[in-house]
Every structure is written in C-alpha cells, then in structure tokens.
Write a protein that binds this ligand. Structure first.
Ligand code: F0G
Length: 361
C-alpha cells in the first residue's frame, strides 16, 4: 500500500509490526480554538481531532495494527463488544482484511451513524439486551472458548496503534511551541487511550527522548452517570469498582467497568494528572463551543473540553498551561445528538421575497 510510512505507520518502529491492514489512519489535525482558549483561560488549548480518521474515530489506529496481527495469526472470525465506534472500525478493517466480523452492541444505546457503518461494512450486528459491560463479558467468553479473536482494547495490539495519538501530539507541540504539552485531557470509557498514551510516554522516557519532568499530565474525563474511574482516583483506590447502572447522553462512554483501569490508573497518578466527572449539560455546552469554532465532535469527545473547563474553574489546571484535548469521534457519528444540541430548521416559502422576509425578521 502506498500509504506505508505515513500516519500511524510512520511510527512503525514503535509498533509490533512493520505494516498493517491500512485505510490511511492517523495524521489527524491538531486544531487551534482561540475563542475556547480565551474563555477557558489557559495559555494554549489545541484539539486533537481523532474524528478525522477513516471511520471517524481513534479506533482506526488500533484496528490497523490489531487486524493485521489477526491476519498473521490466521484467525477467521473477529469480534468486539462496542458502544459503537469500535464496531464501525472493526467492521471496516475486518472487511479490508477479508475476515468475518461479529459485533455485540447494547440494544438501543448505540448512535445511528455507528450502527450504519457496522452494517454497511458487513459486520454481523448482535444486539444484546444489556449494557456495554455485559457485551464485553460475552465477547471475552467467546474469545476464551476459541470462537473469535477479540479486538476490544483488552487486546494489547490495539493499544500499540493508539500510542501514536500521543506521539503525534508530542511532535506537533514541539514543532509549534518548542515544548511538550503540560497536560492531555481525554474522555475515558474503558481507559484504553489513557493506558496507551501512558505506555507511549514511558517508552519515550526509556529511550531518552522525553524527560520524566516533560511527561504530560494525563487527565481523564467521564460523564457523571458513568464515572467509576473518577471515583477510584478521588478515593485513591488501587482498583475500580464496577458500576452496574450507567447512563449518559455520551453513549460512547456509557461504561461501568473500565477494563484497562489497571494500566490506566498508574498513568493518571504517576504523571500528576487527575480524573473528573462532567454533567451531560456541560458536555452539550462543550459540543456547541467546539462546533462554533468549526470543530464537529460527538458528545463523548466534547467531554474532554467540558472537563478542562471544569478543572480550570476549580483551579486544578493553571492559567499558564498548554493543553491538548482529545476529541475521539466525529459529529456525524451521532446525528441525533447533534441535531438536538443545534438549532432547528426554519420552514420558508419557495420564493425569494418570502425567504428574504423570513431572514430579516
Ligand atoms: N470516545 C469515544 C468516541 C469512544 O468511542 C470511546 C470508546 C471513548 C471515548 C473511550 O475510550 O475506552 O479508550 O477510554 N468507545 C468504545 C467503543 C468503548 O466500543 O466504541 P477508552
């Protein structure tokens, strides 16, 4: 593939394979958002928009590696549990790799764009009468019984690919500010990205490319109705208590059992970061703020910006910090949430004077 050596695969030296099943993932934009920066009140805010990946979320970075490993292993059936984005990415990369894909989704809790993607890319969509955590329990059982190759973020090869988010952010900050970001704020569901970024930073420190003091503070954000990681960080606990009942408009992070917590909690602690919960109303507000600067994200993604705003207001984030916020999925993933947060269409007559009259009133 002529994409070899670009995007995620530019970092092949940091990955377990030299090439993947690729759809040209990675190399996503790092947007400036001056109005947001001003209103939050920090030295710099940049938006790493992972919604600009081929299937519209960061999951593509993990799948390009994970599906390639599955190919090497010669497995014929791939499976994942998903709040939506993982299923869309697995369906796309599985079909590129020529493999059968099974996706288990919590019935009625997955945004329309994501189901549409999984469907058209040819995954078998199994709607489970339970939440995401129940879906993941089942997929883990199937994998243990040898019935399918698991491509959730419990799969370490997925996280290898997702490390490149951190590598791209660090490179871009060094270029633009001649310094690494003080903090990276990201939405947390299963805490896969938190674990992946921490691994990337540790590897850079070990390689002598990053000083211990330069490691960005990993700062996780959850929705109030699904915040087991925040609870663990606030209590100084070593383990996360599974929440059985979770609810949030940000369906992508409607997760009560963050399976990567053992790898992610040390990342938050040892980088001097923290975790914070935000309300659905604050998430919607942040989604509007981003949209008003031309950056279209799904609700879960806006949680990062809502979290930064809250931590700045509480004085936990300093005004001299340079911060990268990760936005994990594209606006079009959840068109219903976007339409609900946006303005309504206005009916007008089919003639110019009537339209002008309407616009001027
Ligand atoms: N943001 C979006 C848009 C997501 O889809 C997810 C996870 C996260 C954040 C959380 O990332 O798990 O690394 O902490 N979505 C998974 C899925 C669960 O099935 O699509 P994490």
């Amino acid at each position: 593939d002529d994409f070899e050596g670009r995007g995620v695969w530019r970092y092949a030296d940091a990955l377990p394979l030299s090439e993947g099943v690729t759809a040209q993932e990675g190399a996503t934009p790092l947007y400036e958002v001056p109005r947001l920066e001003e209103s939050i009140g920090v030295q710099a805010v940049r938006i790493k928009h992972e919604g600009m990946n081929p299937t519209g979320s960061f999951k593509d970075r993990g799948m390009t590696v994970g599906v390639a490993v599955a190919t090497e292993l010669g497995v014929d059936r791939l499976a994942c549990a998903s709040t939506g984005n993982t299923s869309a990415a697995l369906a796309a990369y599985g079909s590129r790799g020529g493999m059968e894909t099974l996706v288990l989704l919590p019935a009625g809790k997955v945004a329309a764009g994501k189901v549409a993607q999984a469907s058209l890319h040819g995954a078998r969509i199994l709607e489970v009468d339970g939440n995401f955590d129940a879906c993941l329990d089942i997929v883990q059982d199937l994998a243990q019984q040898g019935e399918a190759y698991l491509l959730n973020s419990l799969n370490p090869f997925r996280l290898e690919g997702q490390k490149t988010i951190g590598l791209e952010i660090l490179e871009a900050f060094r270029e633009d500010y001649d310094a690494f970001p003080d903090r990276i704020v990201l939405p947390v569901g299963n805490a896969g990205n938190t674990a992946a970024l921490y691994k990337a930073f540790r590897e850079l420190v070990q390689a002598g490319a990053l000083a211990e003091s330069e490691v960005p503070k990993l700062t996780g954000v959850q929705a109030e109705g699904a915040a087991p990681m925040v609870e663990a960080v606030e209590n100084g606990a070593d383990e996360v208590r599974r929440w059985d009942d979770v609810e949030t408009r940000a369906t992508a992070i409607r997760i009560g059992n963050p399976v990567n917590a053992p790898k992610a909690l040390p990342g938050i602690r040892e980088t001097g970061g923290t975790a914070v919960a935000v309300s659905d109303a604050a998430i919607t507000e942040a989604q509007r703020d981003l949209a008003s600067e031309g950056v279209g994200v799904e609700p879960a993604s806006a949680a990062s910006v809502a979290g930064l705003r809250k931590l700045r207001a509480e004085g936990i984030v300093d005004d001299d910090e340079r911060v990268a916020c990760l936005t994990t999925g594209h606006l079009l993933k959840d068109p219903d949430a976007a339409a609900a947060a946006g303005s309504d269409p206005e009916p007008v007559p089919a003639e110019t004077d009537g339209v002008l009259d309407h616009v001027q009133n």
